[in-house]
Ligand binder design. Sequence first.
Ligand SMILES: Nc1ncnc2c1ncn2[C@@H]1O[C@H](COP(=O)(O)OP(=O)(O)O)[C@@H](O)[C@H]1O
Ligand SMILES: Cc1ncsc1CCOP(=O)(O)O
Length: 255
Amino acid sequence: MAVNVIRQVRESRPLIHNMTNAVVMNFTANGLLAFGGTPIMSHAMEDAPDVARQSSGLLLNIGTLTEDQVQAMISAGQIANDQGIPVVFDPVGAGATPYRSEVCKRILKHVRPTVIKGNSGELAHLVGIDVETKGVDFVGEADEETIVRKLEEKYRTSVLCTGAVDVLCIEGEIYKNHTGHPVLTQVTGAGCLLGSLLTAALTVEASSMEKGLAVLEHYGKAAERAANQPGVHGPGTFIPHFIDALSFDPEELRK
Ligand SMILES: Nc1ncnc2c1ncn2[C@@H]1O[C@H](COP(=O)(O)OP(=O)(O)O)[C@@H](O)[C@H]1O
Ligand SMILES: Cc1ncsc1CCOP(=O)(O)O
């Protein structure tokens, strides 16, 4: 299942338009390349709509948003919707400031994402559930299944809630992924990069469940493999090994 999805990505090397934040731009481009996609970053209103027209998938990530970029995201998102291109929306830091909350509502009013993905704190905020967050991080406790179901119902779209266990909600069904490693919580952009790989996976021919679980399993297994390498002593040495592992064959990673 995972093998089929990831091999298709590696054959087509889909062009993924990453409208993502300044913190994770380089990490995202390298991680997506290792996984098998072709990254392009473009945020300006003068450029992003044309890039969206040429791309196979679009990631909207509001981590370091400016008003100009938000307008470009809406424009690119509408083009992607019109062209039937998958869109992943990552509401980074939703609820941390009134502006982020307003932008989430605005984007979701104008763009239909294929998947909304975020951590529990961000997704809880989108459905009005009060949980404890600190900036872009989730620090409290939450009932992920309730959150994803409510969000799916509200926006009629698939939802991925990341965490120690990832919870995916597609057409009312819940799927869980248990792969992963706690060191991912010490790497900024671990969630953001996952959103880019998910966008790439959504471009191939398979069921939504297969595509979602394939990426989650591969990502988590790559983290487990990297974290257990002899030269890895913490988040700094983990990162290059993780990028390497993302490029491995999915069957090899399962061994
Ligand atoms: N405690 C954990 N153990 C294992 N994997 C984790 C843990 N926390 C998060 N992950 C993984 O890290 C990645 C990013 O998730 P998360 O930390 O929730 O995102 P974000 O960086 O957006 O807050 C996901 O692949 C998730 O499965
Ligand atoms: C630290 C930070 N601040 C704004 S965006 C960002 C990156 C967040 O990345 P992630 O949520 O994937 O760890």
